[in-house]
Design a binder for this molecule. Structure first.
Ligand SMILES: *Cc1c(COP(=O)(O)O)cnc(C)c1O
Length: 245
């Protein structure tokens, strides 16, 4: 018991220190980009880390968390039972998980097909009818910045049609775009391309203002190119026990 408590305290001070450092780093990136203070949100990515870690971050004032695997997220959401937290699904999502995600997610960052968007819309309207949620689901469209289908993301050519479909879906709210730069690509060029796609989207959908871009290794570059939400795991939580899918 004493052992457990001291371990918990160590982790709490570690996360507190890392969080302070990360917020300082983010503020510096925002200032360096000449953008207004507070214009980029930090989304802590807690996948592969236990609910106890999420609770430490909650006590440090965080109210948004990103998860990438539906079952892991559902379990944490149920265990923690917060009533003032927004949970984000950031990972690839199969259509057969739409119903489960509709019960807990405030935002999904990874919508990349009409079939998935339709499944989520149905799941959300059913969840609303069953009293399981009230708000529509905020949706970010994940864009592919290369031609690799393995990484997910809608092709830029198919983005306008998908955006129109999501904007019309009663259970969904089109909130913006998300992308993960290809591994071997020039990160500046990738985020510049994403920014251009976002500008085009905004011309048609003025309130789709969110741009989810930037992770532990590249958040400064993403902020330079207009990110409004950086998704940070490793730089906050430490190395994940196994590589993420
Ligand atoms: C895991 C993950 C992140 C966080 O990546 P880090 O490099 O650990 O900061 C961000 N976005 C997505 C989609 C992820 O799956």
């Amino acid at each position: 018991m004493t052992q457990e408590t001291s371990t918990g305290t160590d982790r709490a001070s570690e996360l507190s220190t890392r969080l302070d450092g990360l917020l300082t780093r983010l503020d510096a990136a925002v200032a360096a980009a000449g953008r207004p203070a507070g214009s980029v949100r930090l989304l802590p990515v807690t996948k592969f880390f236990p609910a106890a870690d999420v609770d430490i971050l909650y006590r440090l004032g965080r109210r948004e968390f990103g998860e990438s695997r539906e079952q892991e997220a559902s379990a944490k959401v149920a265990e923690l039972a917060y009533d003032d937290v927004e949970w984000h699904m950031i990972g690839r999502l199969q259509r057969n998980k739409a119903r489960a995600v509709a019960r807990w997610a405030h935002t999904v960052h990874s919508v990349d097909s009409e079939r998935l968007a339709n499944a989520l819309d149905r799941a959300v309207t059913d969840a609303q009818a069953a009293g399981e949620r009230t708000a529509p689901l905020r949706v970010l469209l994940q864009v592919s910045l290369d031609a690799d289908p393995g990484r997910g993301g809608v092709e830029p050519a198919d983005l306008p049609a998908l955006a129109d479909l999501v904007a019309k879906a009663p259970g969904l709210h089109l909130a913006g775009l998300m992308a993960i730069p290809p591994l071997d690509a020039d990160i500046h060029a990738s985020f510049a391309k994403l920014a251009t796609l976002h500008t085009s989207l905004l011309a048609q959908h003025a309130d789709a203002t969110e741009l989810s871009a930037g992770m532990s290794g590249d958040l400064e570059i993403a902020v330079e190119h207009g990110s409004t939400c950086v998704r940070v795991g490793t730089a906050l939580m430490g190395a994940r026990p196994i590589t993420s899918a």
